[in-house]
Design a protein around this ligand. Structure first.
Ligand SMILES: [Zn+2]
Length: 143
């Protein structure tokens, strides 16, 4: 719900890029944004759709053309939102994941985080452990 998304997104970015200068705070903001926004809808919405994420990514690429610094920051946020879909298991709900290709009606699906119930507790612990693991790796790196 919280540490799960923070830990998995930061660990993934570190595992892939090994870059201390990556804007991790924006990855975290992006990873938390879909649930933080859609909790107010009362159900899962467009921010749990891959199609929406691809559209947002395309818009970011267009509006940051030639502006490398703002592009890297905005991409960090969008990558965080993509990672939210992955670690939220959003792909397990085909209709939600492929909206609006799967039909314009969104459906009344609960946010996956609420569907998981008590499974969130071990996930939070895993997320916190991943956060600690990444911290130790970053600390030991001179990059
Ligand atoms: Zn979510």
């Amino acid at each position: 719900m919280f540490f799960w998304f923070i830990g998995t997104s930061i660990a993934t970015i570190w595992f892939v890029f090994h870059d201390k200068k990556f804007v991790y705070r924006l990855v975290v903001a992006g990873a938390l944004a879909p649930d933080a926004i859609e909790v107010f809808l009362g159900h899962a919405g467009p921010l749990h759709s891959l199609v929406t994420m691809v559209a947002i990514m395309a818009v970011v690429m267009l509006i940051t053309y030639g502006r490398k610094k703002s592009r890297s920051k905005m991409l960090a946020f969008v990558i965080g939102m993509f990672l939210h879909l992955v670690f939220d298991g959003a792909f397990t709900n085909t209709k939600m994941f492929w909206w609006p290709i799967s039909g314009l009606q969104f459906g009344d699906y609960a946010l996956p985080v609420f569907d998981r119930g008590l499974i969130n507790i071990p996930l939070e612990l895993i997320g916190a452990a991943l956060l600690y693991w990444t911290y130790t790796k970053v600390k030991d790196t001179n990059a």
